[in-house]
Design a protein around this ligand. Structure first.
Ligand code: PBG
Length: 385
């Protein structure tokens, strides 16, 4: 390595004698009240190792560590995912995600977002819980101009004009079969037909006031089609955050619980894929994320997302190094639930483990982080450490 050749080798270090061998070490310093630290009895007396480099010098005090810290968390980078419902005025706790609730879209949602803003979290992504009687095989409720998502987005922008509102684009919360696209009787999820509806969903969300459209469906060509549809309707200022590298992950379990959106069982007559492997990425694959990223960039994405986050830090880093677009990462429901469960059991210190997980995601290269811990993390950061 080039670096080692420029450094003096240990034997070549010049030694300057600064005191007589008989003189005590501090004889030529101002008198001081500081006393020498005690060493434990039995500690050996050894000559200093001959080390030009001692990395611990840069870690030796809190002040020094703060001065050299490479990654700093700030609530400005957090996006808080919220679940909303309109089946009454009460918030409904989500069993598999302790601390998170399906918020009543009027009072509960506004109150929660006000709280988030007070903590410095000014970005949310909205996930509506669709009533069962509104679900159909084609999921057309997704672009009902008066749908729950559209009403929630609109109410948020009316109440907080400067709030950055992200939306979810996919059919799964609206679709009787629980897939992100329409399912054919042989079990194939139809790509281009789904994209046609996703464009209508995106435009309806933009009309409601959304700032950032976030397609999470993983259909081919959807970013370009949505960009075109938005532009055609005059929404050139509405951004697209693409779920670029969304993996077919077990960590989405609690989310599907929260929205009752898991794939449903099929039958002989109508096959329904039991998971989303046909369109979401294979967790075993790395190179594929670069292909998806190149396409999303060409198609006009403004932000590229990696999801989940914690188990996919290599993917975050890969995208970060291969594009100049901002990168977001989604610390998903399963990651949240694991941290919650381990903390509740007393196995982990919740605050420390959560902040470490968020630092790791940012260090890997995420500019933005979607996290259910946004409010707690913002509070912990405010309290300092
Ligand atoms: C829906 C969607 C999912 C998530 C975000 N949007 C679930 C899925 O793909 O099945 C998961 C979020 C989480 O687990 O926190 N397309």
């Amino acid at each position: 390595m080039a670096m080692t050749t420029t450094m003096p080798s240990t034997s070549a270090r010049t030694r300057v004698r600064c005191r007589a061998a008989t003189e005590p070490r501090n004889a030529r310093a101002p008198p001081t009240t500081r006393t020498a630290p005690k060493v434990p009895e039995g500690a050996p007396t050894v000559p200093p190792q001959d080390l030009p480099q001692r990395p611990r010098r840069n870690r030796r005090s809190d002040t020094v560590r703060r001065a050299f810290r490479e990654t700093i968390l700030t609530p400005s980078n957090f996006i808080y995912p919220i679940f909303v419902h309109d089946e009454g005025d009460e918030n409904v706790p989500i069993g598999s995600m302790p601390g998170q609730e399906r918020l009543s879209f009027k009072n509960g949602m506004i109150k929660k977002v006000r709280e988030a803003r007070a903590m410095g979290v000014n970005q949310v992504v909205v996930f509506p819980k669709t009533a069962d009687n509104l679900k159909t095989p084609c999921g057309k409720e997704a672009f009902n101009p008066m749908g729950l998502a559209q009403r929630s987005i609109s109410l948020l922008k009316d109440t907080f004009p400067d709030l950055e509102v992200y939306t979810d684009v996919a059919l799964d919360p609206y679709n009787t079969m629980g897939h992100d696209g329409m399912v054919r009787s042989d079990g194939v999820v139809m790509n281009d037909e789904t994209v046609y509806y996703l464009c209508q969903q995106a435009v309806s969300q933009a009309r409601a006031g959304a700032d950032v459209i976030s397609p999470s469906d993983m259909m081919d060509g959807r970013v370009g089609a949505i960009r075109q549809a938005l532009d055609d309707e005059g929404f050139t200022n509405v951004s697209i955050m693409s779920y670029t590298a969304k993996y077919n992950s077990a960590y989405y379990g609690p989310f599907r619980d929260a929205l009752a959106s898991a794939p449903r069982p099929g039958n002989e007559d109508w096959k329904i894929p039991k998971d989303k492997a046909e369109y979401q990425m294979d967790p075993a694959n790395f190179r594929e994320c670069l292909r998806e990223a190149a396409l999303d960039e060409q198609e006009g994405a403004d932000i590229m997302m990696v999801k989940p986050a914690g188990a996919y830090l290599d993917i975050i880093r890969a995208l970060r190094d291969s594009t100049t677009l901002p990168i977001s990462a989604y610390q998903v429901s399963g990651e949240y639930s694991m941290l919650k469960a381990a903390s509740a059991a007393g196995y982990l210190n919740e605050r420390d483990a959560v902040l470490e997980s968020l630092i790791a995601i940012k260090r890997a290269g995420a500019d933005l982080t979607l996290t259910y811990y946004a409010l707690d993390a913002a509070k912990w950061l405010q309290e300092g450490n």
